[in-house]
Design a protein around this ligand. Structure first.
Ligand code: ADP
Ligand code: ADP
Length: 225
């Protein structure tokens, strides 16, 4: 079942001499439950594509459909509600709030959405992420891997149908990278989510169901592995 469709998506930054064509007429269809890796050189347009899929930025032209909703026709307020409910974002740097515990950081998006979190789901998420024993610790009392797992929990708390990750293991050593990737794969499988991940790491890309190579704002290769 198709969850995401990108049609003739184009994004340019700046104008005149300074104009950069970051994405050029991208077309893409992604199914529910798929794990897609996005690879390609620095500056090729990967982050721009991820942001447009996540409803974080606005395209210059073209459309993004999530569950058949043409997201950029939504009003700003509806787009931000859509984003909080449907999309979980994970970055290389965790951006945790230093004065809140791991559990409080994870619960933050649910609170912003005035959403009551089912305690069974929260406990299950903490357990899946291996954070049960660390939930009351502050970020500076956690290892890098534990902090990244906390940021994954924060991305998953509203049960998004799509999880978007931009180099989620880019700041971790190989042991923690492996662990975080395994947990991320496990969580998205368990909750039947679609995972789209930018990575420079070939070993990680090879664990995806599908690898899309972006070069110079265009899809160069799109292969099922
Ligand atoms: P990648 O994620 O593959 O490194 P990006 O999507 O970040 O690529 O960038 C694609 C191109 O768009 C690059 O040339 C980059 O410098 C440019 N770019 C990205 N974001 C902006 C922005 N906010 N303003 C101007 N140029 C940008
Ligand atoms: P990546 O790690 O994917 O290469 P970048 O470091 O290129 O990411 O971009 C990080 C952020 O900076 C992104 O949000 C992007 O939109 C913004 N950005 C990238 N290039 C530029 C640019 N030339 N001018 C302004 N913002 C940019």
């Amino acid at each position: 079942m198709e969850i995401l469709k990108v049609k003739n998506l184009t994004k340019s930054y700046g104008k005149g001499e300074a104009k950069v064509d970051a994405l050029k007429n991208i077309n893409l269809s992604i199914n529910k439950g798929e794990f897609v890796a996005i690879v390609g050189p620095s500056g090729s347009g990967k982050s721009t594509l991820l942001h447009l899929i996540g409803g974080v930025d606005k395209p210059t032209s073209g459309k993004v459909f999530v569950n058949d909703v043409d997201i950029y026709t939504l009003k700003a307020k509806d787009l931000s509600i859509f984003r909080r409910r449907n999309v979980g974002l994970i970055y290389q740097f965790y951006n945790l709030i230093p004065v809140l515990s791991a559990k409080e950081n994870i619960l933050l998006p649910a609170e912003l959405d005035n959403r009551k979190i089912d305690k069974v789901y929260l406990d299950d998420l903490l357990k899946t992420l291996g954070l049960k024993e660390r939930k009351n610790h502050l970020p500076n009392e956690l290892s890098g891997g534990q902090q990244q797992r906390t940021s994954i929990g924060r991305a998953l708390i509203n049960r998004p149908s799509i999880v978007l990750a931009d180099e989620p293991t880019g700041n971790l050593d190989s042991k923690n990278s492996k662990e975080v990737l395994e947990l991320l794969k496990l969580s998205v499988k368990k909750y039947n989510q679609t995972l789209i991940m930018i990575t420079h790491d070939t070993n990680i890309a090879l664990q995806a169901d599908r690898v899309i190579t972006i070069e110079d704002g265009m899809i160069k290769v799109d292969e099922v592995i």
